[in-house]
Design a protein around this ligand. Structure first.
Ligand code: S3P
Length: 423
């Protein structure tokens, strides 16, 4: 059991956070497809991205880690000798399914207990429509999944996505890169656009119109020599919330990615009354970043839903923590996607967070309701082996009366040295 004590003296000073997980995955994958050398700096050397490194190496890429830098030399992809294990990483699995669907060789994927439960039909369906042959276990098409060698080239399609998902969108775009004709993917609401931005940085032609993205196939990616990965706003969010709710705090977090498809958490916290200031805004590799200063403030409940949800989907657990300290009720609608994350986060939030703040959190089929301002107590909770639950529980406990939880090691998925800040 990991125990987090209440942080009574406030959170102060500069907080260093790791590189962006989504951008790191994409940097590894696209750099592995070009024939030149790429140096990826501030790469996230956490378990999820290492799963992508391991899979890309098995497919032939030359990847070497040197400190927080990755040196990548792409090669023509070849058939892996063994099953590819994506471990806990939905991003690794779904993006690589898109990349491998057009290839002339066989690949079989597996993953850990959590990933083996997650829905893959949402990726298999559009890729099959493009002409790929993919088989999965049972009617939900769960892992293990095999992609059969592709005899003919894939055909471009126009695909209206039923859910806003960057992983599904990226899988289709990566498959579209190798198709015979252009592919258009239309999202119900914009999800993170790092794949599009990085494809463009590699010279791929894309056309965007509203929520539609059209990719023009090419077999030649022109890699930049260097890619700088900004720090992960999803990791910064934990400290932004803690500094907001904890008296005497004043923090600065540098080089945080503030791509507008990821900043829903800042918009909502500011609407709740948070004092968050963005300094030194700049662009690097097509991605916006800034330094973020946070001081404490009183929060009030808000109602959100619809288009903003994909812009803060990974921050809902920590937003729920913030809402527990707000005055009034917060309602977060349209969050059924939370049920198919690394754990069923909708159920996990209600089951675990109520142990710290009783009668605060309730859920319907697709909403989360948080009655803020109620009494907080010390509690023993479960992480459900979900990194975002472990980090959100830590912040909740630190801002309240402390917390203990199992399986703290799961933070290694996205933020290996998360607990250092509590020392
Ligand atoms: C991610 C997309 C999101 C997010 C995940 C990372 C990505 O998932 O929850 O942590 O890097 O593309 P969905 O695509 O399922 O929304």
């Amino acid at each position: 059991m990991k125990k987090i004590l209440p942080l009574t003296h406030g959170l102060r000073g500069e907080i260093e956070i790791p590189g962006d997980k989504s951008i790191s995955h994409r940097a590894i994958i696209l750099s592995s497809l070009s024939n030149s050398h790429v140096e990826v700096s501030n790469f996230l050397a956490a378990a999820d991205c290492m799963s992508t490194v391991k899979c890309m190496k098995a497919l032939g890429a030359k990847i070497r880690q040197s400190g927080e830098k990755l040196l990548i030399t792409g090669q023509t992809l070849h058939e892996p000798e063994n099953v590819l294990d994506a471990d806990n990483s939905g991003t690794t699995l779904r993006l690589l399914m898109g990349l491998l669907a057009p290839q002339k060789f066989l690949t079989t994927f597996t993953g850990d207990t959590s990933l083996r439960k997650r829905p893959m039909a949402r990726v298999i369906q559009p890729l099959t429509q493009m002409g790929a042959s993919i088989v999965g276990r049972n009617s939900n098409k769960n892992l293990p999944i095999t992609i059969l060698p592709n005899k003919k080239n894939l055909r471009g399609i126009t695909y209206q996505m039923p859910v806003a998902s960057a992983q599904v969108k990226s899988a289709i775009l990566l498959a579209g890169l190798f198709a015979e004709t252009p592919t258009t993917v239309i999202e119900p609401a914009p999800s993170r656009n790092h794949t599009e931005k990085m494809l463009e940085a590699f010279g791929v032609q894309l056309e965007k119109s509203g929520n539609a993205i059209k990719i023009f196939p090419t077999n030649k990616l022109i890699a930049p020599d260097r890619i700088f990965v900004p720090c992960d706003i999803s990791s910064a969010a934990y400290w932004i919330v803690l500094a907001t709710v904890l008296k005497n705090s004043n923090i600065i977090i540098r080089d945080v990615g503030i791509n507008p498809t990821r900043t829903g958490i800042l918009d909502v916290l500011k609407n709740m009354g948070a004092k968050i200031e963005l300094l030194n805004e700049r662009t690097s590799g097509g991605e916006l970043s800034a330094d973020i200063n946070v001081v404490p403030s009183k929060l009030r409940g808000v109602e959100i839903g619809g288009e903003i949800i994909p812009r803060l989907i990974d921050e809902i657990p920590i937003l729920a923590v913030a809402a527990a300290f707000a005055e009034g009720t917060t309602i977060i609608r349209d969050v059924s996607e939370l049920k198919v994350k690394e754990s069923d986060r909708l159920a996990a939030i209600v089951d675990e967070f109520n142990k710290i703040s009783p009668e605060t959190f309730t859920a319907t089929d697709d909403s989360l309701i948080i009655r803020g301002g109620r009494k907080k107590i010390f509690a023993e909770c479960k992480t459900h082996s979900d990194h975002r639950m472990a980090m959100s529980l830590s912040i909740f406990g630190a801002a309240a009366e402390g917390v203990a939880f199992d399986n703290a090691d799961c933070v290694k998925i996205s933020y290996p040295n998360f607990f250092d800040a509590f020392r």
